[in-house]
Design a protein around this ligand. Structure first.
Ligand SMILES: [Zn+2]
Ligand SMILES: [Zn+2]
Length: 415
C-alpha cells in the first residue's frame, strides 16, 4: 500500500481497517485482501473477515499485514486483544488453566464482546487533530471488555447500540469482524447494521454529543465512573501486578476472573445481593436485568432428570454498559472485604441462594476454572462446619498466598 495510517491509542484491528478503508475510499474487505488478512481467491462480495482476527493473528498473517501497512510487528500486535490478557484474566490462557489455544479463546468466551462493541461517541469524534477529523477517533480494544463501561477521558458512560436502529452497531449474520464489509463509502463512525426487513445499511452517525438519547442520573454516572477508575487502574499495562482480594494478594488479571464468577452468582441469586448496590438506581437496573435472566433460565429448564447446562443465562455479561457496570460494582464489594471471614459473612446469602436455586449450576459457578484460591475457599466452605470455617485462612495460606497485612509487615521489617 502506498500510504498507511499510524494506529491510534488502544485502537482495535476493526477500527484500523475501517480508517484505512476510508483513507482509500475502498471497502474494508478490499483492504483485508491487500493486507493479506484474507485470500483474494473468493469473489469479493463473499469476503468475510473472521471474527477471531480481533483477538489474534498467526505469525504469517501478522507479518504480511505489518509489511503492507508499514507498521512494526509490535504495532500490529497492539491492534489485537490478545495482549490485553496479561491484565485481564478472562483472556489469559495460563490463568484460566484450560486447554485452550490462544486462537480458540474466543470460543464460548462471552467475557470478551465479539458480536458487538461498546463505544464512546466523543472518542469517536476524534481529538481535533487533522487525521482524526478526517477518519474519526479510535475504536478502542478495551471497549470489548465487559468491565469497561465508561470513558474516563470524557467522564461519561459508554453506549452499546445504535441510537436510531437500536441494533448492535456491527449487527451481522455472518459473524464477520466488519459488517457490510464489501461496502465502501461509509465513515468509520457510522452504524453498519442492516435495517430490519430491508437490505439498507443504517448508516447513523455514532460520533459527537447528540448521540445519547437516555442519559443516566448523575449519581449513577458518578458511582460507575468511580468503579471504572478502579478497574482501569488494574487493566493499565503498567498497573499493579497484584491486588487485594479478601485481604489476600492475587494477580490483578485474576481479579477479573473472580468478578466474572461473582457476577454470575449475583444474577443467579438476585435479589440476595441487592443491599450491596451503591445506589437504589443501580439496584433497579440490576432488578430489570435479573428478571429477564430468571425468565430465560426458567424457559430453558431441561426435562426432569437431565443435567442442565444453562448457566450462561447468568454468567454472560450484560451488553448494556450501565447494568453491566452496576452488577460488577456489586461483585467488587465482597472482594474488598478485609478478610475471608468477613467476605464469607457478606456472601453467605449468595452462596446459600445459589445452592437453593439450582445445585448443579451453583456448583459450576463455585468451581469455575481460574478463580483465585481465596474465592474458591470462601465459596466452598460451609459456616455449619465450624472447624473448616475457622480454618479458611490456613487453607488459603497453604496455596502459597500472602495476606496484605503480612506483606505490609514485611515491608516495614525490610525498612
Ligand atoms: Zn471518550
Ligand atoms: Zn443503526
Amino acid at each position: 500500500m502506498p500510504r498507511s495510517l499510524d494506529p491510534l491509542e488502544d485502537e482495535s484491528l476493526r477500527g484500523y481497517l475501517l480508517r484505512l478503508a476510508h483513507l482509500y475510499g475502498a471497502a474494508p474487505s478490499e483492504i483485508a485482501i491487500c493486507t493479506g488478512l484474507v485470500s483474494s481467491a473468493s469473489p469479493r462480495n463473499t469476503v468475510r473477515i473472521p471474527m477471531r482476527f480481533l483477538h489474534d493473528l498467526d505469525e504469517q498473517r501478522l507479518n504480511a499485514f505489518a509489511r503492507a501497512t508499514h507498521l512494526t510487528s509490535d504495532e500490529t500486535r497492539r491492534l489485537l486483544t490478545a495482549p490485553l490478557g496479561r491484565r485481564y484474566g478472562p483472556l489469559n490462557t495460563r490463568l484460566l488453566a484450560e486447554t485452550r489455544t490462544p486462537a480458540g479463546i474466543l470460543q464460548n468466551n462471552s467475557w470478551i464482546l465479539t458480536r458487538t462493541t461498546r463505544y464512546c461517541p466523543r472518542c469517536l469524534s476524534g481529538d481535533g487533530s487533522a487525521i482524526q477529523e478526517r477518519h474519526g477517533g479510535s475504536w478502542r480494544r478495551s471497549w470489548r471488555l465487559p468491565p469497561v463501561f465508561a470513558c474516563l477521558r470524557h467522564q461519561r458512560l459508554l453506549l452499546h447500540s445504535c441510537p436510531r436502529c437500536g441494533q448492535d452497531i456491527n449487527a451481522t449474520r455472518t459473524g464477520s469482524l466488519i459488517a457490510r464489509g464489501s461496502e465502501s463509502g461509509l465513515h468509520p463512525a457510522q452504524c453498519r447494521a442492516t435495517l430490519p426487513g430491508t437490505r439498507t445499511v443504517c448508516g447513523t452517525w455514532l460520533a459527537g454529543d447528540g448521540v445519547d438519547r437516555t442519559p443516566q442520573a448523575p449519581a449513577t454516572v458518578a458511582a460507575l465512573l468511580r468503579l471504572q477508575y478502579h478497574f482501569d487502574g488494574l487493566l493499565a499495562p503498567n498497573g499493579p501486578k497484584s491486588v487485594g482480594s479478601f485481604g489476600w494478594m492475587i494477580p490483578a488479571a485474576q481479579y477479573f476472573i473472580d468478578l466474572r464468577a461473582l457476577s454470575g452468582l449475583i444474577f443467579m441469586t438476585w435479589p440476595q445481593a441487592r443491599e450491596l448496590a451503591g445506589t437504589e438506581a443501580l439496584a433497579v437496573l440490576v432488578d430489570r436485568e435479573a428478571e429477564r435472566r430468571h425468565a430465560e433460565f426458567a424457559k430453558s429448564r431441561a426435562p426432569a432428570g437431565k443435567q442442565r447446562r444453562a448457566s450462561h443465562h447468568y454468567s454472560d455479561p450484560s451488553a448494556d454498559p450501565v447494568s453491566g457496570g452496576a452488577v460488577l460494582g456489586i461483585a467488587a464489594r465482597p472482594l474488598s472485604a478485609s478478610d475471608e471471614i468477613e467476605a464469607h459473612e457478606a456472601m453467605a446469602p449468595i452462596i446459600d441462594g445459589a445452592k437453593g436455586r439450582d445445585l448443579s449450576v451453583g456448583y459450576q459457578f463455585r468451581s469455575l476454572s481460574g478463580i483465585s484460591h481465596p474465592l474458591l475457599v470462601v465459596l466452598n466452605t460451609s459456616r455449619k462446619d465450624k472447624g473448616a470455617y475457622q480454618g479458611m485462612g490456613q487453607r488459603i495460606e497453604g496455596q502459597g498466598l500472602m495476606r496484605i497485612d503480612g506483606l505490609l509487615g514485611r515491608h516495614e521489617r525490610e525498612g
